[in-house]
Design a protein around this ligand. Structure first.
Ligand code: MD3
Ligand code: FE
Length: 209
Protein backbone atom coordinates (compact mmCIF):
# COMPACT_ATOMS: atom_id res chain seq x y z
CA UNK A 1 0.00 0.00 0.00
CA UNK A 2 1.07 3.62 -0.54
CA UNK A 3 1.62 5.07 2.95
CA UNK A 4 2.41 8.53 1.59
CA UNK A 5 3.28 9.79 -1.90
CA UNK A 6 6.30 7.74 -3.01
CA UNK A 7 6.31 5.46 0.07
CA UNK A 8 5.18 1.93 -0.73
CA UNK A 9 4.82 -0.90 1.79
CA UNK A 10 4.54 -4.54 0.70
CA UNK A 11 4.14 -6.78 3.78
CA UNK A 12 5.53 -10.30 3.42
CA UNK A 13 7.26 -9.68 0.10
CA UNK A 14 10.16 -12.06 0.75
CA UNK A 15 9.41 -15.76 1.21
CA UNK A 16 10.83 -17.50 4.29
CA UNK A 17 13.27 -19.32 2.00
CA UNK A 18 14.53 -16.02 0.57
CA UNK A 19 14.81 -14.59 4.07
CA UNK A 20 16.88 -17.53 5.30
CA UNK A 21 19.10 -17.35 2.21
CA UNK A 22 19.74 -13.64 2.75
CA UNK A 23 20.51 -14.24 6.44
CA UNK A 24 23.13 -16.79 5.37
CA UNK A 25 24.69 -14.12 3.08
CA UNK A 26 24.53 -11.64 5.98
CA UNK A 27 26.68 -13.97 8.10
CA UNK A 28 29.25 -14.06 5.27
CA UNK A 29 29.27 -10.25 4.95
CA UNK A 30 29.69 -9.87 8.71
CA UNK A 31 32.66 -12.29 8.53
CA UNK A 32 34.08 -10.47 5.51
CA UNK A 33 36.83 -7.83 5.22
CA UNK A 34 34.93 -5.21 7.25
CA UNK A 35 33.16 -6.37 10.43
CA UNK A 36 29.80 -5.11 11.66
CA UNK A 37 30.24 -1.88 13.56
CA UNK A 38 28.21 0.86 15.18
CA UNK A 39 28.91 4.10 13.34
CA UNK A 40 29.92 7.05 15.51
CA UNK A 41 27.54 10.00 15.12
CA UNK A 42 28.22 13.19 17.11
CA UNK A 43 30.62 11.25 19.35
CA UNK A 44 28.10 8.50 20.13
CA UNK A 45 28.30 4.94 18.82
CA UNK A 46 25.02 3.83 17.28
CA UNK A 47 23.36 0.81 18.91
CA UNK A 48 22.53 -0.43 15.40
CA UNK A 49 25.49 -2.30 13.84
CA UNK A 50 26.14 -1.95 10.11
CA UNK A 51 28.07 -3.69 7.36
CA UNK A 52 28.11 -2.14 3.88
CA UNK A 53 28.29 -3.47 0.33
CA UNK A 54 29.57 -1.50 -2.66
CA UNK A 55 30.36 1.68 -0.78
CA UNK A 56 31.12 2.09 2.90
CA UNK A 57 28.88 4.53 4.71
CA UNK A 58 29.95 6.62 7.60
CA UNK A 59 28.06 9.70 8.73
CA UNK A 60 28.10 12.30 5.96
CA UNK A 61 30.28 10.33 3.54
CA UNK A 62 30.58 7.24 1.31
CA UNK A 63 34.04 5.77 0.60
CA UNK A 64 35.34 2.54 -0.92
CA UNK A 65 37.43 1.76 2.16
CA UNK A 66 36.06 1.45 5.68
CA UNK A 67 38.36 4.22 6.96
CA UNK A 68 36.58 4.44 10.33
CA UNK A 69 36.70 0.66 10.93
CA UNK A 70 39.81 -1.12 9.64
CA UNK A 71 40.63 0.54 6.33
CA UNK A 72 39.68 -2.51 4.23
CA UNK A 73 37.83 -2.24 0.95
CA UNK A 74 34.17 -3.15 1.27
CA UNK A 75 32.71 -6.12 -0.60
CA UNK A 76 31.32 -5.53 -4.09
CA UNK A 77 27.63 -4.81 -4.49
CA UNK A 78 26.25 -8.18 -5.64
CA UNK A 79 24.53 -8.51 -9.02
CA UNK A 80 21.72 -10.55 -7.46
CA UNK A 81 20.94 -7.60 -5.23
CA UNK A 82 20.69 -5.24 -8.22
CA UNK A 83 18.15 -7.64 -9.74
CA UNK A 84 16.28 -7.99 -6.44
CA UNK A 85 16.19 -4.20 -6.03
CA UNK A 86 14.79 -3.75 -9.55
CA UNK A 87 12.05 -6.29 -8.98
CA UNK A 88 11.29 -4.76 -5.58
CA UNK A 89 10.92 -1.29 -7.05
CA UNK A 90 8.80 -2.47 -9.97
CA UNK A 91 6.49 -4.60 -7.83
CA UNK A 92 6.09 -2.06 -5.01
CA UNK A 93 5.44 0.98 -7.21
CA UNK A 94 3.99 -0.59 -10.36
CA UNK A 95 6.45 1.57 -12.32
CA UNK A 96 8.01 -1.10 -14.53
CA UNK A 97 10.33 1.20 -16.57
CA UNK A 98 11.77 2.66 -13.36
CA UNK A 99 12.31 -0.89 -12.13
CA UNK A 100 14.29 -1.76 -15.25
CA UNK A 101 16.78 1.09 -14.92
CA UNK A 102 17.18 1.27 -11.14
CA UNK A 103 20.83 0.53 -10.31
CA UNK A 104 21.62 0.63 -6.60
CA UNK A 105 25.36 0.69 -5.89
CA UNK A 106 25.42 0.52 -2.09
CA UNK A 107 23.59 -1.39 0.60
CA UNK A 108 23.64 -0.63 4.30
CA UNK A 109 22.95 -3.84 6.15
CA UNK A 110 21.83 -3.00 9.69
CA UNK A 111 21.67 -5.44 12.58
CA UNK A 112 19.46 -4.63 15.57
CA UNK A 113 19.77 -6.58 18.79
CA UNK A 114 16.73 -6.44 21.01
CA UNK A 115 17.81 -3.16 22.63
CA UNK A 116 18.93 -1.34 19.49
CA UNK A 117 17.16 1.82 18.33
CA UNK A 118 17.58 4.27 15.50
CA UNK A 119 16.72 7.89 16.15
CA UNK A 120 14.74 10.05 13.74
CA UNK A 121 16.90 11.15 10.80
CA UNK A 122 16.93 11.85 7.08
CA UNK A 123 19.06 9.93 4.56
CA UNK A 124 20.84 12.75 2.77
CA UNK A 125 24.36 11.42 2.25
CA UNK A 126 23.52 10.28 -1.30
CA UNK A 127 24.21 12.67 -4.18
CA UNK A 128 21.35 11.02 -6.08
CA UNK A 129 17.71 11.04 -5.04
CA UNK A 130 16.76 7.68 -6.55
CA UNK A 131 14.45 5.58 -4.38
CA UNK A 132 15.67 3.59 -1.37
CA UNK A 133 14.62 -0.08 -1.23
CA UNK A 134 14.35 -1.54 2.29
CA UNK A 135 13.99 -5.21 3.30
CA UNK A 136 13.40 -6.39 6.87
CA UNK A 137 14.18 -9.85 8.30
CA UNK A 138 13.87 -11.23 11.83
CA UNK A 139 12.10 -9.59 14.75
CA UNK A 140 9.28 -7.14 14.08
CA UNK A 141 10.07 -3.50 14.84
CA UNK A 142 8.16 -0.29 15.19
CA UNK A 143 8.99 2.00 12.28
CA UNK A 144 8.28 5.73 12.60
CA UNK A 145 7.65 7.47 9.30
CA UNK A 146 7.70 11.23 9.69
CA UNK A 147 7.66 14.37 7.63
CA UNK A 148 10.27 16.18 5.56
CA UNK A 149 10.42 19.30 7.76
CA UNK A 150 11.48 18.06 11.19
CA UNK A 151 11.96 15.02 13.45
CA UNK A 152 8.66 15.44 15.26
CA UNK A 153 4.99 15.22 14.41
CA UNK A 154 3.24 14.52 12.23
CA UNK A 155 4.45 10.95 11.95
CA UNK A 156 2.92 7.54 11.54
CA UNK A 157 4.03 4.39 13.41
CA UNK A 158 3.78 1.04 11.69
CA UNK A 159 5.11 -2.41 12.53
CA UNK A 160 7.63 -3.82 10.07
CA UNK A 161 7.79 -7.61 10.10
CA UNK A 162 10.11 -10.22 8.65
CA UNK A 163 9.89 -10.25 4.85
CA UNK A 164 8.42 -6.76 4.51
CA UNK A 165 9.48 -4.54 1.62
CA UNK A 166 9.44 -0.77 1.71
CA UNK A 167 10.30 1.64 -1.11
CA UNK A 168 10.89 5.34 -0.44
CA UNK A 169 11.00 7.60 -3.46
CA UNK A 170 9.73 10.91 -4.75
CA UNK A 171 8.38 13.21 -2.02
CA UNK A 172 9.07 10.55 0.66
CA UNK A 173 12.77 10.23 -0.11
CA UNK A 174 13.75 12.95 2.36
CA UNK A 175 11.20 12.14 5.06
CA UNK A 176 12.50 11.74 8.61
CA UNK A 177 12.26 8.19 9.92
CA UNK A 178 13.50 5.98 12.74
CA UNK A 179 13.17 2.71 14.63
CA UNK A 180 11.97 3.36 18.20
CA UNK A 181 11.60 -0.30 19.21
CA UNK A 182 12.31 -3.92 18.34
CA UNK A 183 9.86 -6.55 19.60
CA UNK A 184 11.97 -9.42 20.99
CA UNK A 185 11.14 -12.96 20.03
CA UNK A 186 8.81 -12.09 17.15
CA UNK A 187 10.86 -13.48 14.26
CA UNK A 188 9.06 -16.26 12.38
CA UNK A 189 10.49 -19.78 12.52
CA UNK A 190 12.43 -20.43 9.35
CA UNK A 191 13.59 -16.86 8.63
CA UNK A 192 17.13 -17.85 9.61
CA UNK A 193 17.60 -15.27 12.36
CA UNK A 194 17.19 -16.53 15.94
CA UNK A 195 17.27 -13.12 17.58
CA UNK A 196 17.30 -9.51 16.52
CA UNK A 197 16.51 -7.88 13.21
CA UNK A 198 18.27 -7.22 9.93
CA UNK A 199 17.40 -4.38 7.59
CA UNK A 200 18.94 -3.97 4.15
CA UNK A 201 18.63 -0.59 2.46
CA UNK A 202 19.72 -0.38 -1.16
CA UNK A 203 20.64 3.07 -2.41
CA UNK A 204 22.14 4.92 -5.34
CA UNK A 205 25.11 6.98 -4.09
CA UNK A 206 25.39 9.10 -7.24
CA UNK A 207 29.19 8.68 -7.00
CA UNK A 208 31.32 7.81 -10.06
CA UNK A 209 32.40 4.21 -10.67
C1 MD3 B 1 12.52 6.70 4.52
N1 MD3 B 1 17.24 2.13 8.40
O1 MD3 B 1 19.68 2.70 7.36
S1 MD3 B 1 14.62 1.22 6.85
C2 MD3 B 1 18.88 3.65 7.51
O2 MD3 B 1 15.18 -0.34 9.61
C3 MD3 B 1 17.56 3.39 8.12
O3 MD3 B 1 17.31 -0.12 9.59
C4 MD3 B 1 16.05 1.77 9.10
O4 MD3 B 1 16.83 4.29 8.34
C5 MD3 B 1 16.17 0.34 9.45
O5 MD3 B 1 19.13 4.81 7.18
C6 MD3 B 1 14.81 2.08 8.36
C7 MD3 B 1 13.39 2.21 6.14
C8 MD3 B 1 13.89 3.45 5.47
C9 MD3 B 1 15.12 3.51 4.86
C10 MD3 B 1 15.49 4.62 4.14
C11 MD3 B 1 14.63 5.70 4.01
C12 MD3 B 1 13.06 4.50 5.40
C13 MD3 B 1 13.40 5.64 4.65
C14 MD3 B 1 14.96 6.83 3.25
C15 MD3 B 1 14.06 7.86 3.13
C16 MD3 B 1 12.84 7.80 3.77
FE1 FE C 1 17.50 6.04 7.25
Amino acid sequence: RELAPGAYWVPGWLTLEQQAWIVARFREWADGPVPLRGAVVNGHEMSVKTVCLGWHWRPYQYTREAVDVNGSRVLDFPDWMVRLGRRALAEATGDLPAGETYTPDTALVNYYDQQARMGMHQDRDEAALDPVVSLSIGDTCRFRFGNTENRGRPYEDIDLASGDLFVFGGPSRLAHHGIPKVYPGTAPDGCGLGRGRINITMRVTGLPG
